[in-house]
Design a protein around this ligand. Structure first.
Ligand code: BEZ
Length: 211
């Protein structure tokens, strides 16, 4: 069964490169990102896991834990981590889940048999402090993800969770945002003391509120 936005992220127990975890307990009260890759010792995955290690500070700043998953063993994850450090300059500084029995992969619908019957696709789940799924992404094995985009989405999710705004196309932290249509002009005037510009009655722009 596919996992949809707003669902509670399924809890599970798993072995990782940082010991056994229970997922919800490991997540704690902050945000989390669970992402899968098809296989250890493969080229695209090597670049992706190095990039996530490079971005660790950006995730920490956003109170977000990251955790990777594939159907490989802890021993393989550990051996491969040395290759990631050697080739990408960054060793995974977050846990890698070992899922050789595909328990978590099945729970999260990460194996898409018509694409590949054996390995996980490149899934991303962003999970909020309420343990609800806020974003899902699925990429094929042949296409590496853009993890700076994941950081950008986190900024949007964290902003829109706390303010009555939405973020427009290609928005980046610090740029103007959209007043949600459910607010009346009178309510918007109260909420956004810096004011807002009405381009159409349904398209109102205001400076990012938390800046
Ligand atoms: C890769 O990470 O390079 C990869 C993994 C599985 C299939 C194809 C490419």
């Amino acid at each position: 069964m596919a996992i949809r936005l707003g669902d509670t992220a399924p809890d599970f127990e798993a072995q990782t490169t940082e010991g056994k975890i229970r997922f919800h307990e490991w997540l704690g009260n902050g945000w989390g990102i669970l992402f899968s890759h098809p296989k250890d010792f493969t080229p695209v995955c090597t670049t992706e896991l190095g990039e996530v290690a490079r971005l660790k500070g950006a995730f920490d700043k956003r109170n977000t834990k990251v955790i990777a998953l594939s159907v490989d063993s802890v021993a393989d994850h550990e051996k491969w981590s040395a290759d990631i450090e050697e080739t990408q300059g960054h060793k995974p500084n977050y846990p890698l889940i070992a899922d050789p029995e595909r328990k978590v992969a099945q729970l999260y619908d990460m194996i898409h048999p018509n694409a590949d019957n054996t390995f996980t696709v490149r899934s991303v789940f962003i999970i909020g402090p309420d343990k609800k799924v806020k974003l899902t992404l699925t990429y094929p094995a042949s296409t590496g993800r853009n993890f700076e985009e994941i950081v950008r989405v986190l900024d949007s999710l964290q902003l829109t969770a706390n303010h009555s705004v939405a973020t427009p196309v290609n928005w980046k932290d610090g740029e103007d945002v959209i007043v949600v249509p459910s607010l009346s002009d009178a309510q918007a005037r109260e909420k956004f003391p810096k004011g807002f510009k009405t381009i159409k009655p349904y398209l109102r722009i205001t400076p990012q509120p938390n800046k």
